[in-house]
Design a protein around this ligand. Structure first.
Ligand code: SF4
Length: 331
């Protein structure tokens, strides 16, 4: 995919979730603690691509997804949609942004109102954003059901009458109702059986092609991410540590953390398993971040500089990693 102006540009964003201070901390006037979920994420999302975002549980990928659709406001840095800082949007402009960048939620069981038939769920989405005059809504509902490959009689059923995979299709239809440019799918299929996962992911691939969508696919399942993504960003402790074209990243990972992640998933590429490093120990607490490189407590290749200086993700290049070692090798 050629370099072009990004559709969404994430620029050095941070997000922390403070704990309430306990009585002793208040009496001593001590600052409260916080979970540092995002610690300077910089990432471009290109028009028409599927960008996979991977990392262990707690690495900040869901927080990042929520910042992209402004379900969270970031503490510092900014997210640009085209040239517009999304934090500046309000009123009609914010509603227009919300329609253009839609999130599909992980849990199809809780994201649909159980008391509404599918027809009402889709009518509500079409009406809130005034997508169609009332007279055209029945035809649009038929189109949406066809797009997600559900039968027409699905419109008159309640969510509990569907399987998990079908409910996720209804969630996708609801997102498509407002004609988005970007779909942010956070662990879209992780609650589904493996056989159903493939069907929903293949549907998403077909829709992306048919409707020229940009997709941000957040998942911990590396095989799925490899299958669906043009590019992949790897996150660790609230930072993007590596980004690159999917096959380059999976076949020649640059960052020791990506190498460890792939080594822990031998089904990805068994022949290369022994050549990759394994991460030591546990993920550090996002409350007390390590000094220097965030991966230095687990990195088998760490050296002196890694404990003093946090490596930045290089600003240019198709395949990049935030690591002193890989950057030194390139110089
Ligand atoms: Fe390991 Fe150092 Fe690279 Fe961090 S900067 S990943 S500690 S070698």
């Amino acid at each position: 995919m050629t370099e072009m102006k990004p559709l969404l540009s994430v620029q050095d964003i941070t997000k922390a979730f403070p704990f309430p201070r306990d009585l002793l901390q208040r009496l001593r006037r001590q600052p409260g603690q916080a979970v540092h979920a995002l610690n300077g994420v910089t990432l471009d999302i290109r028009r028409g691509e599927t960008l996979g975002i991977v990392g262990e549980s707690g690495c900040g990928k869901s927080t990042l997804a929520r910042c992209l659709v402004r379900l969270h406001d970031c503490d510092s840095g900014r997210v640009l949609f085209g040239d517009t800082d999304i934090a500046t949007l309000s009123g009609a402009a914010r509603r227009a942004f919300n329609a253009k960048v839609q999130m599909i939620f992980q849990d199809p069981y809780s994201s649909l109102n159980p008391r509404m038939r599918v027809r009402q769920i889709l009518t509500e989405a079409l009406s809130v954003h005034r997508m169609r005059p009332a007279a055209e809504i029945p035809a649009r509902i038929a189109e949406l059901l066809d797009l997600v490959r559900l039968p027409m009689d699905a419109a008159d059923k309640y969510p509990h009458e569907f399987s998990g995979g079908q409910r996720q299709r209804i969630g996708i239809a609801r997102a498509l109702a407002v004609e988005p440019q970007v779909l942010v799918a956070d662990e879209l299929v992780s609650a589904l059986d493996v056989s159903v996962q493939a069907q929903v992911v293949n549907l998403l691939l077909a829709l992306q092609d048919q409707l020229h969508l940009t997709v941000v696919f957040v998942a911990h399942d590396l095989r799925l991410v490899r299958h669906i993504s043009h590019r992949v960003a790897v996150m660790y402790l609230g930072k993007v540590v590596e980004v690159g074209p999917t096959e380059a990243l999976f076949s020649a990972p640059l960052h020791p953390y990506t190498q460890a992640l792939l080594a822990a998933a031998p089904e990805i590429d068994p022949a290369r398993r022994s050549r990759r490093v394994a991460a030591k120990g546990e993920l550090p607490s996002p409350v007390n971040l390590p000094q220097g490189c965030l991966f230095n407590t687990r990195c088998p290749l760490a050296f002196e500089r890694c404990f003093k200086e946090r490596p930045a993700l290089p600003a240019s290049g198709d395949h990049r990693a935030a690591c002193h070692l890989t950057q030194a090798e390139k110089e």
